[in-house]
Design a protein around this ligand. Structure first.
Ligand SMILES: NC(=O)c1ccc[n+]([C@@H]2O[C@H](COP(=O)([O-])OP(=O)(O)OC[C@H]3O[C@@H](n4cnc5c(N)ncnc54)[C@H](O)[C@@H]3O)[C@@H](O)[C@H]2O)c1
Length: 281
């Protein structure tokens, strides 16, 4: 995508962290921005702070796990701006535990938001994007899409593998039929956001994870993100550049993604399973 000024971007999970930073970066480019998030209060705060002269910002409370809610987001976008050019399917959550201690409800929640949220965004917005002369979809996965084996994060890892698979297949299909819509896969490593507090949005049916193994992983992740996490604004800059260049992989920590792939390749080639990893390695 080459033109940003006056165009419209939709960002899910846009009230916090990486999503907010992307919305902010797109607004800097003169795009009108639609911020979608499940947290109403954070959404109101985000909309107020994103406002700047020459840019219109619309906040739409959205639950990406619900197809009707994503359709309502698209309807509100078209009603306000008449077009949509860039969609970032970014909302994500995380909970887990050791395998036999992860309830069905936790699996459903993580897959519903992380995978079905991305799927809904692609299903609903692709036909609208294809009405424009150029358009782009950015799906947020994680380095966890390349690295299996982080203890207690199995649902998150599975959901991000699924986002990677969906995005690769979609990109190949769209390129194959000469679509005007490009696809990027954002796979961040540690970024300073509220991700380790994701359970703040868990549905009532999902118990708060409390196993010692689990709490240790979250504590480690929070420390890692604090100590070496990227500023979300730097991630947003990288996303903008990749959308401009129509680059598929947006890797904030490419060495980690490649190391994960190499470990798995070795596993496939030799049959020798890699050891468990600690968060962030
Ligand atoms: N922060 C990291 O280190 C990191 C690393 C890899 C991948 N990611 C991914 O980046 C994305 C953004 O997360 P973040 O790190 O900015 O975390 P964050 O918690 O700061 O932001 C996530 C946002 O998603 C919203 N959200 C949660 N459930 C939702 C739903 N059902 N519908 C709509 N919005 C919902 C939250 O309210 C929040 O505003 C996620 O997909 C996450 O998996 C983050």
């Amino acid at each position: 995508m080459r033109t940003f000024t006056g165009r419209t971007a939709v960002v899910t999970g846009g009230a916090s962290g990486i999503g907010y930073a992307m919305a902010d970066r797109f607004a800097d480019e003169g795009m009108n921005v639609v911020v979608a998030d499940i947290e109403q209060q954070a959404l109101d705060t985000a909309v107020a702070s994103l406002a700047r002269p020459g840019v219109e910002v619309l906040g739409v409370r959205t639950d990406v796990s619900d197809l009707d809610s994503v359709q309502a987001l698209a309807d509100a976008t078209i009603e306000r701006f008449g077009r949509v050019d860039l969609v970032c399917n970014n909302a994500g959550v995380e909970t887990g535990g050791t395998f036999l201690n992860i309830p069905e409800s936790a699996w459903r929640w993580v897959m519903d938001v992380n995978f079905f949220g991305v799927l809904h965004g692609c299903q609903v917005f692709l036909p609208l994007l294809e009405q424009q002369e150029e358009g782009h979809i950015v799906n947020t996965a994680s380095v966890a899409a390349f690295n299996s084996g982080t203890p207690t994060m199995t649902p998150y890892c599975a959901s991000k593998f699924a986002v990677l698979g969906l995005s690769e297949c979609l990109d190949i299909e769209l390129r194959g039929r000469g679509s005007t819509v490009g696809v990027s896969l954002l796979a961040p490593g540690p970024v300073k956001t509220r991700m380790t507090e994701a359970e703040r949005n868990r549905p009532r049916a999902v118990p708060k994870a409390a196993e010692p193994e689990r709490l240790a992983v979250i504590e480690n992740l929070a420390r890692l993100s604090e100590e070496v996490g990227l500023d979300p604004a730097d991630v947003a800059d990288q996303v903008l550049g990749s959308v401009r260049e129509n680059a598929f992989f947006v890797l904030t920590h490419p060495d980690s993604a490649v190391a994960g792939l190499e470990r798995r390749l070795e596993w496939v080639r030799t049959g020798t399973a890699p050891a468990a990893r600690t968060a962030g390695t």
